[in-house]
Structure formats: structure tokens, C-alpha cells
Design a protein around this ligand. Structure first.
Ligand SMILES: [Zn+2]
Length: 201
């Protein structure tokens, strides 16, 4: 699809976003072209300042506006439990259930040899470090059901035990159907899969 160079560039940038094909990207590009200047200025400014205002929490790797995120900083959270998620969006989905009041740890990826994602691509050393704090009594694996999730959970389990973690290591149950992701799971099913979590061995 060849249009004008500046539109082509915009389409190319937009289509690099997840789940956006070239047709949708073109539609969005035309939408932006027809938008008010104020909106475009605000859009551009927000994008430009994204990295100035948002960073990863030094503890749990959630997006944060400060070095330590509001959840890690909150005294009312249960500091004896860490829920491990693949990404920030999954963490937010779990927050929405109101079923969990502990801490989080965001891995950033799941191990996937097929996609070339290995052990060094997940925030595991940092999780092991956190598990050495004697306050931590339980670590929950909260991944959607998939081969990658199984591989990652077992691997983390072994590493935590090797590092001497003696607390509980659990995983959420998959009341969620196979292949459904956490981000799109309905809140009730997700809450149930957290409360019905089972101990790993
Ligand atoms: Zn945090």
C-alpha cells in the first residue's frame, strides 16, 4: 500500500504497535491527520515525556512514577506474599479482582525457546533476591495456562527451592480455559483462580 511519504512513515510507526495491522494503522493515521491540532500536540507531548515520567519500580518492575511504586510503598499491603505475573497488564487485571492484597513481581517475559526468550530475559535473579527476605511466606505464579507458563513456573520453582526459599510456592488454578489470557479473563473467574490457588511441587 503506497500513499504519501509522511503518511507511510506514520502508518509504519503505528503498525509496529501490538495487534495493529497495516489497514488499521492506515485508518488511525488518517484519523490523526483529521484530528484537532490541540489533540495532536497533547498526544505528541505525552509520548515525548513518557520516559521522563514513567519508570519501572526498583522492587517489582511495575510501571511507576517514582522509584518505588505505590503498591510496594503501601503499608496496608500484605508484605508476606509476592504474586508473579508475566507483565504489568496482567498485574492490573489481578489488582482489579480485589482478591489479592500482597506484593507483585513482574517477570517481563515467559521463557519460550521457540521465541528465543531464555532465562536471562526474565527478572528471576531479582525475584530470588526478594525471596531471601524472611518476611516472604508465599510466592504465587499467576500466569495464564500455556506451555511457556508451565516451563517458566517449574523453572522458577526449582530455582527458588535451590536458593533455599522454604515458604509456599503456589500457582493460580486454571478455571480460565486453556489459551485464554489473564488480561482478558473476566474478573470473577480470575478472582476464583487466585483464591483456589494450589501448592506446586
Ligand atoms: Zn513496586
Amino acid at each position: 500500500m503506497k500513499t504519501l511519504d509522511s503518511i507511510d512513515k506514520l502508518v509504519e510507526i503505528i503498525s509496529r504497535l501490538p495487534s495493529i495491522g497495516e489497514k488499521s494503522a492506515l485508518r488511525l493515521a488518517i484519523y490523526l491527520f483529521n484530528s484537532e491540532k490541540e489533540y495532536l500536540d497533547e498526544f505528541a507531548h505525552t509520548l515525548q515525556s513518557l520516559h521522563q515520567n514513567i519508570m519501572l519500580c526498583k522492587n517489582c518492575f511495575a510501571l511507576s512514577e517514582k522509584e518505588i511504586c505505590p503498591i510496594c510503598e503501601n503499608d496496608k499491603r500484605d508484605k508476606s506474599t509476592i504474586c508473579v505475573t508475566e507483565n504489568y497488564v496482567d498485574m492490573l487485571a489481578i489488582e482489579r479482582t480485589d482478591e489479592y492484597n500482597g506484593l507483585f513481581h513482574i517477570l517481563g517475559n515467559l521463557i519460550s525457546p521457540l521465541k528465543g526468550i531464555g532465562i536471562s530475559d526474565i527478572k528471576l535473579p531479582e525475584l530470588i533476591e526478594r525471596s531471601k527476605n524472611s518476611d516472604i511466606k508465599e510466592i504465587i505464579m499467576a500466569f495464564a495456562a500455556s506451555l511457556e507458563a508451565d516451563t517458566t513456573s517449574s523453572f522458577i520453582y526449582r530455582r527458588l527451592r535451590d536458593a533455599g526459599f522454604t515458604g509456599e510456592i503456589t500457582r493460580i488454578t486454571y478455571g480460565l480455559s486453556l489459551g485464554s489470557d489473564i488480561e482478558n479473563a473476566d474478573t470473577r473467574s480470575l478472582a476464583k483462580s487466585i483464591s483456589n490457588r494450589i501448592e506446586m511441587s
